[in-house]
Design a protein. Structure first.
Length: 187
């Protein structure tokens, strides 16, 4: 009957943990899966109604249904105030594409049936994306931006009713807009 020297076995397994060829193979496999998932996530961003509506520019319809109670020709591109020749969703997409990355350095540990390699994913935070892509009316507003948005909403609500504005409805609309304007950045 053969015996296994656990000390020698553990030493050999630990060598595998630090073997560059093994780590490279693990990274290649993880990278293929990571790229597939990243491609899928970017496709979801591209196909989201908010993205599509903003990509439609000044002539887009409100396909995201994020501007209830506004005129029929209202859309997010115009509502937010993007310059006519801009591509605001492309800026966000570029950040997502460039800054969501797989860390090449694995973490490894032995498990009952072999070695487990894990690789961290680096991604931008919502705050960093917001800082890199200020809305047109945010530049220089600092803490006044929320009051400015409230004024815009009050204006739009007044256009809808052509009468005194119901502030409860305005604040409800404001909350709904905040939940919808940048939903993809939270995913």
């Amino acid at each position: 009957m053969a015996t296994i020297n656990k000390t020698i076995l553990n030493r050999e397994v630990k060598k595998l943990l630090f073997n560059k060829d093994i780590q490279d193979l693990a990274y290649q496999r993880a990278s293929r899966e990571f790229q597939r998932i990243k491609k899928q996530a970017l496709a979801e961003f591209d196909n989201h109604p908010v993205t599509q509506e903003i990509n439609g520019g000044i002539q887009a319809k409100n396909i995201s249904n994020t501007l209830p109670g506004t005129k029929g020709d209202a859309n997010l591109f115009s509502f937010i105030g993007f310059p006519e020749d801009s591509s605001p969703t492309q800026e966000v997409r570029n950040i997502l594409e460039d800054e969501i990355n797989l860390n090449r350095q694995p973490k490894s540990k032995t498990v009952s049936n072999g070695i487990l390699f894990t690789f961290d994913v680096e991604a931008p935070t919502l705050k960093s994306i917001e800082q890199k892509t200020p809305l047109p009316w945010e530049v220089g507003l600092g803490e006044l931006k929320e009051e400015f948005l409230a004024l815009v909403i009050i204006y739009l609500a007044g256009l809808k009713h052509q009468s005194p504005v119901n502030l409860e409805e305005v604040f409800s609309l404001n909350i709904r807009l905040e939940r919808v304007l940048l939903p993809l950045l939270n995913t």
